[in-house]
Write a new protein. Sequence first.
Length: 350
Amino acid sequence: MPFTRFLSALLPICYAAPIEVYDDRTILSIFSGGSPVGVVNIPALLAVTGVLGNIGIATFLSTTPVKTIKFAQCQAVPTSTDSVSNAALCEYLYEAQKHLPHLVVTCGRNVMGELTQPTDMPDNDDPDAHRQTYLDRMNLTSVWQTINEYPRKNVTVAVLDQGVNFTDPDMAPLKIAFITGDGTAINGGWNFVDDSAILTAMEYHGQFVSRIIAARGNNSFGVIGVAPSHIHLVSLQVCGLPRCPIINVIEAFDMAMDIGVDVISISFSYSEYPCWYGGPNAMCVAALSDSPNYQLAGFSNYGHRVDIAAFGEYIYVGIDEHGDPALVSGTSYSTPMVSGAVAILLSLGG
């Protein structure tokens, strides 16, 4: 699976302390020889080696409903201080690993991430595009003219963030219906915060990110995205106000892999530097300042783990939830520029 290495790198932060947790659930993954192993099988595997283990935890695992997140290859266990705690279950699993050395165990908590938002000219007919100065600095007019000379295919981008309001004329053409592996029909996206099909744009963080990626161009409305055509957008709402529990993120990755999206765009972070979550299928994006000499912004990611930089200061993103023009800053808004650029390359068959 193309994103599982990213998830395996992200999951260990769930056991770090101090860190804010969303609830008492335990998020874990267990592998043997590259294949996932269900946590409920651990007591039986220990018994084969002659190790009795903790009877209380074995009983708990035999009776509690464990949620398996298929494509992300993780499990969620409803631990609590009233039954078996997160610490007790993780200790049990790491102790089991000593007796079953072929197992690779990662165990942590349902921690919370945060939306990253430090501060609150092209040739088209979108009335606000002249305010999107970064488009001109990225030479996107030339890019769009060039790619129009080639055959292209549609690319699906999943945005893991707050929800998207698809009644926005810049977003409406991007909405699609899709079928999950179990046959469930979903229209536009899924709200993992409320476990429902009703998306909530809330503070418009996800709306702004989505507009930067792919706001429909030449529709005589609003702004224009980096990739203004040949894009389908799936809104996977993992964040509330403004927290993003890691179980929501894992389940959203699972759905994204299930439906076969091409690009996943994430504009939030946890307690550790987000660049450390990367892997061969992930890119870490730095933020450029608004200065003419292309310097990194003061809040930017930096270091050898950074793959690319894009503009992240004073980015015009259209009208906000109150009907006012919005100018925003943060790596949250650098990332969707890169997501849009990647989508353009993939639309050409890259």
